[in-house]
Design a protein around this ligand. Structure first.
Ligand code: IPD
Ligand code: CA
Ligand code: CA
Length: 276
């Protein structure tokens, strides 16, 4: 394993231990509302601090983009930037609904190089390094081979904070439900993407994600042989937060179904340079 990935794994496991311990006493947590349907607890902060401490001890010059504490350092100067979601699926966590994860990715000169998504409930560790494939608990993973949509299980995320694109999203959902085997919305985008990489889902789409929800999962998918794009299949997804992913066949089938639902507002949000 590349030394930088080893450090990321150490950080993800440390955060997972903090999350697991806190999950034993959910009633004791102080929960704050960041905005409508956006909750945060001291566990998010404690997990993030632990991750950053481990990364910064090993690589003091690297820049960081973390959900709770924001950006540190200048990614242009340091060339390396860690992108961290210490607890992806906070709402699930707070309800004792066991679908959440820790997501850590490293970009070098803007290119994703290493990725970890860790599910502390299942002790499932998904890792990837550019050019070296994707792994789940040391076993190589690949995207599924299914090509007929009617056989496919598709993951998604429902809009729940920013409802701007709700009608467009439900138009997509209405067209995707009847032609696939089923839809799932567990509530941790990082884990959803890891599941695409592992072939558990055949495809995935969501509108309104942040870079820390996606960065690690995106590298897992490409290293597992899958494709990712924005709602038109282009490369702006990390900025726009609009994402379609899947095995190559399912990726293009989903794009075709989504295309008629692309409103001017969605297209505008996907333009290069637009930041989610
Ligand atoms: C959320 C989860 C969820 C997705 C939301 C994200 P958080 O992350 O990934 O699946 O639908 O858009 O914000 O807030 O729990 O870290
Ligand atoms: Ca998240
Ligand atoms: Ca989070």
């Amino acid at each position: 394993m590349h030394p930088m990935l080893t450090i990321a794994v150490k950080a993800a496991r440390r955060a997972g231990a903090i999350i697991n311990q806190a999950s034993q006493n959910l009633d004791l947590l102080t929960v704050t509302k960041k905005m409508h349907s956006d909750f945060v607890s001291e566990v998010d902060g404690a997990a993030e601090e632990a991750i950053i401490k481990i990364l910064q001890t090993a690589y003091p010059d690297h820049a960081i983009l973390a959900e709770e504490s924001g950006a540190r350092g200048d990614p242009k100067k340091s060339e390396y930037q860690w992108i961290i979601d210490p607890l992806d699926g906070t709402t699930n966590f707070l309800h004792g609904f066991p679908k959440y994860s820790v997501s850590i990715a490293l970009r070098h000169k803007g290119v994703l190089m290493h990725a970890v998504v860790y599910d502390p409930n299942m002790n499932e560790l998904f890792v990837a390094s550019r050019g070296s494939g994707a792994f789940l608990n040391d076993r190589r993973i690949r995207v599924s081979k299914r090509s007929k949509l009617e056989d496919c299980l598709i993951g998604t995320g429902l809009p729940f904070r920013d409802l701007t694109h709700m009608d467009a999203y439900f138009g997509m959902l209405k067209d995707i439900v009847p032609v696939t085997a089923g839809i799932r919305r567990p509530g941790s985008a990082a884990l959803d993407l890891a599941y695409v990489a592992a072939g558990r889902y055949d495809g995935f789409w969501e509108i309104g994600l942040a870079p820390w929800d996606m960065a690690a999962g995106c590298l897992l998918i490409t290293e597992a042989g899958g494709l990712i794009g924005d709602l038109q299949g282009n490369g702006t997804y990390l900025d726009s937060g609009q994402i379609v992913a899947g095995n190559p066949r399912v990726f293009s089938s989903l794009l075709k179904i989504i295309a008629p639902h692309l409103t001017p507002a969605l297209l505008e949000a996907q333009r290069p340079g637009e930041c989610h």
